[in-house]
Structures are given as C-alpha cells and as structure tokens.
Design a protein around this ligand. Structure first.
Ligand code: DP6
Length: 421
C-alpha cells in the first residue's frame, strides 16, 4: 500500500441496467447460494431510462465498510451483501494508480474498507427489479475497482448470490440465466443470447401501477411457493425447459408472435403458481388485470400479436410492442383507458422516451379524448376509464449492459473524503 500520508481515496463509478424476465425465475434449490430450479430469460432495459449508478471507493482512512442507497445509509451486514463482498475480495488483484502514487497488493484488499454509494433512477422495491440492477452494479463496480480478471459471466455468478435476477443484469440485450447442475453453483450463471442491436425494433412500455413497497418479497414468496405449491414442480421440470428452447429460437429469429405467446403465458403461469401457493400470493391487482385484457383483446383482434405483457412480483405491467408503430397505438390505447389523475400533466405521466407520444400524435389529453374507442373495445362495453390507476408510464427499449462512467461527472462519493456528495 502506498500514497501520500495514506490519505488517498481510489474510486470507480459504474452504471448497470435492470432486466425484465420473459421466462421467469421462481423457486430456489439452494437458498444461500441462490441456485434456481429452472433456467430463465430476460430482456435488459435501456439504462438511460432505468438503471443503478454506483460509486465504490477504498481508502486506508475508512474504518469500516459502509453503504448509502439513494442518499440514505444502509446496513451491509446482510448475508447476501457479505457473500458478494467476500467473493469479490477473494478474487482481487494488484492495483496501481501511478498518477496518485497508489499501489494496492492483492492481500491488502482483505484489510481495506470500502465506501459504496448507489442511486436508482426509479422507485426502489416498486417491482421494477431495483435489487437486480443494484446488486449487479455493486459487483461490477467492485470488480473494476479491485481489477478482477473474471469476465461478466463469471461475475454474474457472484451477483447471483446477492439476488438471483441480478445475474442477468451483467449483460445487455437478451440474457439467459443457466440454472446449472453443480452443488457449489459454479455453473449457475448468465450468458448473453443476443445483444440489444439484434432486435432493436422492440419498444417497451411499463405501466407503474403502484410505487408502494411490494407486500411479499420475491425471496419469501418463492420460498413459500416451493414449500406449498403442487404446480411449481410441473412448471420447473416440464413447462419451462420447453419454453426456454422455444424462446431462444424466437429471439434468434426475431419471431414476435412466438416471443409474445411465450412471454404472456409464462407471466400468467408464474402468477398462477403464486395463487397456488398457500397462503396465496397476489402480486397483480385489478389494474394489472385490466391491462392484460386490453392487450389480449387487441392481440386477438389482429391477425398476429402486437404486444407482449409480463408482470413480476408486483402490479406493474411491462408491455413489449413489436415496433414503434405498434408502440404508438399501444400508448394511445393505454392513455385512453388509463388517463392521468390530472388532465394537464401528460409530460410527467409519460417518462423515458417521450418521442413515442409524438409518434402517437398526442400533445395533450385533449388529443387522447378525441380518439375514438379502439375497435376491439367498442362492442365489449364496459371498458371503464379509470383516472389515476396508473401512476405513470415509462417508454423504453432493450438496452446495453454495465459500463464504467467517468468519476468526474458521475461519482456519488466525494473524491477527497469518500463520503456521499
Ligand atoms: C418475479 O431475484 O428478486 O422478478 O433471488 O430471492 O433475490 P431473490 O429474488 P429476485 O426474484 C425475481 C423474481 C421475478 C422473476 C425474474 O426476475 O425472473
């Protein structure tokens, strides 16, 4: 270790995306190592709209490991954080910063303490995979700070021990988490099926139905499912393996009809096993159900599916439209059926890629009111209009994987003190 009067602070800042599973992970065969009972596949969401930014820093002046999430200090004592920190420190390499005159030998990492600050640009625990992006970012940024030799797939096996779905956030585009067979979890890791450019027509619209903290955590929910559901074994052993193969093909061939059928039926089956859990778990609410029927009616009215939907452990709907034209029509239908509480704030009601609004020819809610009821809605009255049932919509697309950012513009920690800015 070296550096002027041991006052130095060395840091790395990185950004990591969230992901949405289109073939779901639900159920563990090992709770500590976080080993799943089936493979899963996800789409990475564009980090410019949904991401975690993390700054990790090290200094001989730090007297303990500390972490701040969205500006508030949180405990690092949990087993999952500790597993990630232990696994990363065990693989740390020598680091030298000649400009600052710092040299850290790999053995030093065991003694040095870390400061970590993380920020989500979306509500934590609102069912938008904040833990996935958060844990992936923690692992990725620490791996850069400590100069790990492991590639992203090997890093995913560490992120997995923080939160299962986090392992899929180590890549952009379309990602598969292979459940693996080894007892030590060494082969339970993420691989990229295709990058985000492979299928760049897709547009993703997320209806944030509730920004409240979710009621049953994924962790305890899936534990209860494995213990009590009679359907989960059939799902993991019989249904998912076939769907994984089919979904890989659909992604490879950009076959939207198959992609949509698999994503929707897999989401529905995941919520069915939640209902088959005792006591039952309800993640979706009335608004979620109305969104499903809106999409289903539209898909059935068309020759071929236009939109896929999927729901994680919460009521938010993630809709994937086959292209921009469809996304504009989808947004029209959504705004028509789920208008904002107040008519004037369309700008804050649609966040992310607002250009979809222009494509839809909508400047304000008057344009929406002027729309005639979508044809498939007309004869199936009542499709109640419900103001305020959706908090806001996020328009986004498939996006890239983790990146290192410049500390000068993005660091969340002060370069001199290592404390939150
Ligand atoms: C419904 O990864 O949050 O989003 O591994 O216990 O941390 P832990 O669970 P978590 O579960 C995610 C479940 C899901 C489906 C998915 O992302 O595949």
């Amino acid at each position: 270790m070296g550096g002027e009067a041991e006052k130095w602070v060395l840091m790395v800042t990185a950004r990591t995306p969230t992901n949405i599973a289109v073939i779901k992970y639900w159920g563990k065969r090992d709770e500590t190592l976080i080993l799943p009972i089936n493979d899963s596949i996800s789409v990475t969401l564009d980090p410019s709209h949904l991401c975690t930014t993390t700054t990790v820093s090290v200094s001989p002046s730090f007297d303990q490991d500390r972490m701040w999430l969205n500006g508030k200090e949180i405990s690092l004592q949990g087993g999952r954080f500790q597993s990630c920190l232990r696994e990363i420190r065990a693989r740390a390499q020598d680091v030298e910063d000649k400009k600052k005159g710092i040299k850290i030998n790999k053995e030093d990492w065991q003694k040095l303490n870390l400061h970590i600050a993380s920020y989500n640009n979306f509500p934590t625990a609102a069912g938008l995979a904040s833990s996935a992006a958060g844990l992936a970012c923690l692992v990725f940024s620490l791996a850069k700070l400590m100069n790990l030799k492991e590639d992203n797939s090997q890093l995913s096996a560490i992120a997995r021990q923080g939160s299962g779905s986090a392992c899929r956030s180590l890549y952009g585009g379309f990602v598969k988490w292979c459940m693996g067979k080894e007892e030590n979890g060494s082969d339970s890791l993420a691989v990229q099926l295709a990058d985000e450019k492979h299928w760049d027509e897709l547009v993703i619209i997320i209806a944030v139905v509730s920004a409240r903290q979710k009621e049953t955590s994924s962790t305890s929910g899936m534990r209860d499912t494995v213990e009590t559901s009679a359907l989960i074994e059939h799902r993991a052993k019989e249904v998912v393996p076939k769907r994984i193969t089919e979904m890989e093909g659909a992604i490879q061939n950009r076959d939207f009809a198959t992609f949509a059928r698999l994503a929707c039926t897999d989401s529905n089956q995941f919520h069915a096993v939640c209902l088959d859990t005792y006591p039952p778990i309800f993640y979706m609410n009335d608004t979620s159900h109305r969104i499903i029927s809106c999409v289903e009616k539209w898909n059935r009215a068309e020759e071929t599916p236009q939109v896929a939907y999927t729901f994680d452990a919460g009521p938010n709907a993630v809709m994937i439209a086959r292209n921009r034209k469809t996304a504009a029509l989808l947004l029209q239908r959504l705004l028509y059926n789920f208008p904002p509480q107040s008519d004037t704030d369309l700008d804050s009601y649609i966040i992310g890629d607002k250009s979809i609004l222009q494509d839809a020819g909508i400047k304000d809610m008057k344009d929406v009111e002027a729309l005639t009821a979508p044809p498939e809605v007309k004869d199936k009255i009542p499709t109640q209009k419900s103001k305020g049932d959706v908090s806001y919509f996020i328009c986004t697309r498939p996006g890239g994987g983790p990146v290192v950012l410049s500390d000068e513009t993005h660091a969340l920690l002060d370069p001199l003190t290592g404390l939150p800015k």
